[in-house]
Design a protein around this ligand. Structure first.
Ligand code: SF4
Length: 449
């Protein structure tokens, strides 16, 4: 049966995190289920959807420059343009007033309206940004996962933490949890189709509570680990304040849960963490790292770091450098502080000059680069299990994947890998990736690295 969007071509541009990527996969799934098809160029599309991120000022700036280019690319064409996601939620008035080329603006949680808006309201501008505390499920099976072997699965959305620098509770609303049976049904179906790795997503997965049974996140993790076919499980994001020992024990007990964790510390200074309203101190964070490493010595940890938070002194910044030296993260995502709308810290005087923020960011990144080179050298000569992500841009016989520790692994292989997992012997490395060659027969499933 033909769908309501038969013949329509669409283009989606995604800014931001894995959650936004997953939302875009869902939007693509909804559109294609109604007969639309993906266009390779904006100039060839009838519908352009911009999925936006409001977490950093830079992502928001990128949206506005994208819309500026889009106005030129669509001039003289009858292209329908929608802006969805976090900027749509928090900047709706400005977008509505200033960007006449935008036909519809939808906050998170309203994307299932897109097919009907596109079908019925081509001439009318639409704005829907109401927020709810209830989970709104997507139509079953309508997610277009971009990787055949790995899939993002959203398990909760929103945040109740209100860290003083963050816009997310205003953009994504309060916490909403997806029923566990729907999560497990989706994963079962994906496993049946060949997916071997799932990444459970939410702003703070630790606070997950099944709205039907009251089940907790460790319980959900155990249930996912019990599903046939799923070999690797990751999850993102864990707030350090609510990362409890029972979750670390659940990880350690289940070998399918990857020995990898993103635990965003943000700062190494107690005073800054307090001003950020993070709810933990440096010692508490380091204690959690120690517990994780005692239970899983090979675990690979990553974090977010913000430099130049309002009032950050040189001594407070030094505390962050010392923490990076002490923990030796496998990877970090580091940013200069920028005030965000609605966030409490945006009402404080910034106090740290831009050039100081820039210098601090360079210092953090240089230190981390040295740590990563050193860590990567320890992999030389080892053979790792790698989940293949496909061909790399480096030419024939070059492929890319990720190790269990989430390191990027580029490797050479005479033949295209047939299954998801390959074994790769690491022969060289840089600060941001490992390189190697395919080695021996492919494993049926992951082997401990
Ligand atoms: S935990 Fe803090 S930083 Fe993370 S989404 Fe919530 S408010 Fe933002």
């Amino acid at each position: 049966m033909a769908g309501i969007l038969q013949g329509l071509s669409y283009f989606i541009r995604t800014f931001g995190c894995q959650m936004n990527e997953n939302d875009s996969e869902r939007i693509a799934g909804l559109l294609e289920a109604e007969g639309a098809s993906k266009a390779d160029l904006i100039e060839r599309s009838d519908l352009v959807i911009v999925n936006t991120c409001a977490v950093r000022a830079k992502a928001e700036e990128k949206l506005y420059s994208f819309l500026g280019r889009l106005a030129k690319q669509t001039r003289g064409r009858d292209t329908l343009v929608g802006v969805v996601g976090c900027v749509a939620q928090v900047q709706k008035a400005a977008l509505w007033e200033k960007k006449r080329l935008v036909h519809f603006i939808l906050g998170p949680g309203h994307y299932d309206l897109i097919p009907e808006i596109v079908r019925d309201k081509r001439r009318e501008r639409i704005l829907v940004t109401s927020q709810s505390r209830l989970w709104r499920e997507w139509p079953a099976g309508r997610v277009l996962h971009s990787n055949p072997w790995s899939a993002f699965i959203t398990i909760m959305e929103g945040c109740d933490n209100f860290c003083s620098y963050c816009v997310v509770p205003f953009a994504r609303g309060r916490e909403k949890f997806r029923p566990g049976r729907m999560i497990l049904d989706e994963i079962r179906e994906l496993a049946r189709r060949g997916v071997r790795e799932v990444q459970l997503l939410g702003q703070n997965v630790n606070s997950y509570r099944d709205p039907e049974t009251g089940g907790t996140f460790p319980g959900l993790l155990e249930a996912v680990a019990a599903l046939d076919g799923i070999e690797w499980i990751r999850f993102l994001t864990s707030h350090p304040r609510t990362f409890a020992t029972d979750l670390a024990l659940t990880m350690a007990r289940n070998r399918k849960v990857c020995r990898q964790l993103h635990l965003p510390v943000q700062s190494g200074s107690d005073a800054v963490l307090e001003r950020m309203q993070r709810g933990y101190g440096r010692r508490e964070y380091l204690d959690k790292v120690r517990i994780l490493r005692d239970l899983m010595p090979e675990i690979s940890l990553s974090a977010d770091i913000i430099v130049g938070f309002p009032g950050e002194t040189e001594a407070e910044f030094e505390d962050t450098l010392r923490l990076l030296e002490e923990v030796r993260f496998a990877n970090i995502f580091s940013f200069r502080y920028s005030p965000r709308p609605f966030a409490a810290a945006a009402r404080e005087p910034d106090g740290v000059p831009l050039d100081v923020k820039r210098q601090r960011l360079v210092a953090v990144q240089s230190l981390q680069k040295a740590v990563q080179i050193d860590t990567h050298r320890s992999f030389l000569g080892r053979t790792l299990t790698v989940l293949c992500q496909g061909r790399s841009k480096k030419g024939a016989g070059s492929f890319a994947g990720r190790s269990e520790g989430n390191q990027v692994v580029n490797f050479s292989s005479e033949a295209e890998p047939e299954g998801p997992f390959v074994r790769v012997r690491v022969t060289s490395c840089g600060p941001y990736s490992l390189r190697g060659e395919r080695s021996g027969p492919d494993p049926a499933g992951p082997i401990s690295t």
